[in-house]
Design a protein around this ligand. Structure first.
Ligand code: MN
Length: 203
């Protein structure tokens, strides 16, 4: 069975004006679909065919660049579409709020540190918030389509939210203004999903 493009669950223009419709459509139907097509081709006829995306990532041969880049590209984007929502659902609360306050002091300090990680990623990559089983949260970033699930790529734990800082994610609307794109991200973040991701790790 091959991997397939997941539906967004909202319209391409639903996140306007924060994320524009043209970017969302190209990002989903061209970039994400491209990673999926390349991943399916890369694993066809190998012992990776039929495995789950998490299985592939956790046991990844980091020298296998076709699988590394495209399995990462598929998982990262699938997570990204889920943690954004037109209604900016929920607010930081419960166990995740406690963990963020313990690690960073306040929600504002957390947002600043996350934005700094996203800003300082040179070239293309992702900024992540991750959690470990003991409930601690951390912020890190990875290059290209790497993510913290991959062997040795970071000691960041399991991602509960991630922000795509490739230029393809923002250039049409924001050109070189990555900081404005990061600020807009908070307006469409779905805290309910991020909290559910966190609670699934610590349970
Ligand atoms: Mn992307």
């Amino acid at each position: 069975m091959s991997f397939e493009l997941p539906a967004l669950g909202y319209a391409y223009d639903a996140l306007e004006p924060n994320f524009d419709a043209r970017t969302m459509e190209i990002h989903h139907t061209k970039h994400h679909q491209g990673y999926i097509n390349n991943l399916n081709n890369a694993i066809k006829g190998t012992d990776l065919e039929g495995k789950s995306i998490e299985d592939i990532l956790k046991n990844l041969d980091m020298n296998n660049l076709a699988v590394r880049n495209n399995a990462g590209g598929h998982w990262n984007h699938a997570m990204f579409w889920k943690i954004i929502h037109p209604e900016n659902k929920g607010r930081l609360s419960g166990p995740l709020a406690e963990a963020i306050n313990a690690a960073f002091g306040s929600k504002e300090a957390f947002m600043e540190k996350f934005a700094a990680a996203a800003m300082s990623r040179f070239g293309s990559g992702w900024a992540w918030v991750s959690a470990s089983k003991d409930g601690k949260v951390d912020i890190c970033s990875t290059p290209n389509q790497d993510n913290p699930l991959m062997p040795g790529s970071s000691s960041c734990g399991t991602p509960i939210m991630g922000l795509d800082v490739w230029e393809h994610a923002y250039y049409l609307n924001y050109q070189n203004r990555r900081a404005d794109y990061i600020a807009a991200f908070w307006n469409v973040l779905n805290w309910n999903v991020v909290e559910a991701n966190y609670e699934a790790i610590i349970k």
